[in-house]
Design a protein around this ligand. Structure first.
Ligand code: MD6
Ligand code: FE
Length: 207
């Protein structure tokens, strides 16, 4: 296999590679504009867990399948909870995948998470995808977020890093199944989103 030329990460923590400052302001603005179209076709919703707990993030998706959680549990499905199919993943977002994961298959799912200043994401693994040899790529937009990286099993020592608007990271290879989460959002740290908050995109090969 021919390896395409790869960007150099700015940092690697426990096998998770960070590309800090990857996206300049115009690139971030373009993605945000494209996300407005995504959210028009597939409005943000607040998922509940199978136990009926509301998650603090709001979500939507683009791609052939989207990740959802409801009283029946969590899964990838080919339509929004309102019934319509998901919109395509915008080219501006696919371009980031190609830059940081040039050898991976094309992603078929882009989860869009919106965090208001009080939202967080508990420690979890991304393991609902069929082919765990494919990486997950995440893009951060808007307010800074404290990202915690743990281990391949729950618990143990962790390391944290602030993710800023325009940062991307890749979770792949031996780090594909590390536990991770978002502890907190630094409200007002970015002017990118007109009403504040943070958007995280996670691109995946789900099927
Ligand atoms: C977030 N990110 O940054 C949450 N998952 O808001 C994730 O859960 C995540 O950043 C898999 C791979 C990269 C990630
Ligand atoms: Fe995750």
């Amino acid at each position: 296999m021919v390896k395409k030329s790869e960007l150099t990460p700015t940092m690697t923590i426990r096998g998770v590679t960070l590309f800090q400052g990857l996206l300049n302001r115009p690139e971030q603005v373009q993605i945000l504009e494209d996300l407005r179209e995504v959210a028009r076709a597939a409005p943000f919703f607040r998922p509940v867990t199978s136990r009926g707990q509301q998650m603090s993030v709001r979500m939507t998706s683009a791609g052939a399948v989207g990740w959802i959680s409801d009283r029946k549990g969590y899964r990838y499905q080919d339509h929004h909870p309102d019934g319509q199919g998901w919109p395509r993943i915008p080219d501006s977002i696919l371009a980031v995948w190609t830059r940081v994961a040039p050898d991976a298959r094309e992603p078929d799912s882009c989860l869009v998470n919106f965090y208001d200043p009080d939202a967080r994401m508990g420690m979890h693994q991304d393991r609902d995808e069929a082919d765990l040899d494919q990486p997950v790529v995440s893009i951060s937009l808007g307010d800074d977020a404290l990202f915690r990286i743990g281990n391949l099993t729950r618990g143990g020592k962790t390391e944290s890093v602030w993710l800023k608007s325009g940062d991307a990271l890749v979770m792949g290879g031996p780090a594909r199944l590390v536990f991770h989460g978002i502890d907190r959002i630094r409200a007002g740290s970015s002017q990118l989103l007109p009403d504040g908050g943070r958007i995280n995109l996670t691109l995946r090969v789900a099927r």
